[in-house]
Write a protein that binds this ligand. Structure first.
Ligand SMILES: [Zn+2]
Length: 309
């Protein structure tokens, strides 16, 4: 039976948000799907609304990034997420008798558009307000509670090549923690990574070619004898190569500051955000260092070759 979708609320998930939710959201991380639902109105929100949507995912069979689509709703079971009959004031479908809260678990299947391989995602949709015949303004949330295959921990090649063996293992643990929404753990792992890697990053920068590198070399040598980090960070502030100051701030200094910031009083969510930001910044710095190194090497080889000819 095909129903006309008349959601009384506003859909707060664009197709892009939905794809992000499917691919990037850790398990149990809730996202708002519909807001301002007026539960006094007949509210329709259907699983079909989340079918035939595109997302980009690494195909487990082809081992390459492919376009997937959520499969059409098969109609074997009741596809409405929220529905209320306006005829009476009885508790609508999907609401718990005791808690008066709505919760419904359903699954979506994503199909690889290249090879047809399918992945399964199990989602729970729930509301944040108890149902009464006069309730308005509720939101419908969704969270993934399972997926097969599970999140694979993909480390960008540059990052995995750069980090020491120990730090790569911390990095993978941080990513697993993030995928399970364990932010405090992820943040703690990232702090250990920064603690270990910050000197290596500065050493790598001191080996690049740019105006002012001599000053960084000098302060790095000094650091190796006195182990004073702040004078070295000061030298970096003044002499960092342009590729690393483009962000408007000194990324090394920002990373280093994370070590002195306390974890106490931060929620899992706040720590998870911090961990994601550190990951983005650290990956950026490693990439820039690599690019500069190889750009210089390439230019040097070109100069030598031209000189010979
Ligand atoms: Zn495939």
């Amino acid at each position: 039976m095909k129903r006309t979708t008349t959601i009384s609320g506003t859909n707060s998930m664009s197709n892009e948000d939905f794809a992000k939710f499917i691919v990037e959201s850790p398990l149990y991380h809730r996202v708002r799907a519909v807001e301002n639902i007026d539960m006094r109105q007949p509210a329709w929100c259907e699983i079909a609304d989340y079918c035939d949507k595109k997302f980009v995912f690494k195909c487990p069979v082809e081992k390459s990034v492919q376009t997937f689509r959520t499969m059409p709703f098969d109609g074997y079971y009741d596809g409405s997420l929220m529905y209320r009959s306006v005829e009476d004031n009885s508790l609508p479908d999907g609401f718990d008798e005791k808690t008066k809260l709505f919760a419904k678990t359903f699954s979506l299947t994503g199909e690889c558009q290249s090879c047809g391989h399918r992945i399964d995602i199990i989602i729970t949709a729930f509301t944040d307000m108890e149902w009464t015949p006069t309730t308005a303004g509720a939101s419908l949330y969704m969270q993934k509670i399972g997926q097969y295959p599970a999140f694979s921990i993909e480390v960008q090649t540059e990052v995995s090549k750069y980090l020491t063996e120990d730090d790569l293992s911390f990095y993978k643990k941080a990513m697993i923690s993030l995928s399970q929404n364990y932010g405090i753990g992820a943040f703690a792992y990232f702090r250990r990574i920064i603690e270990n890697e910050i000197q290596r990053l500065i050493k790598s920068i001191s080996e690049l070619e740019f105006d002012g590198v001599d000053m960084i070399k000098q302060s790095f040598l000094k650091y190796e004898t006195d182990h004073q980090m702040s004078p070295m960070i000061d030298a970096l502030n003044k002499h960092l190569p342009g590729s690393l100051t483009r962000l408007g701030d000194n990324p090394i200094k920002l990373l280093h500051q994370q070590l002195s910031e306390g974890i106490h009083g931060l929620t899992e969510e706040q720590c998870a955000d911090k961990a994601r930001h550190i990951d983005a910044l650290l990956s950026y710095v490693i990439k820039v260092i690599n690019e500069e190194k190889f750009a210089f090497k390439g230019a040097m080889q070109a100069i030598q070759a031209l000189r010979k000819s």
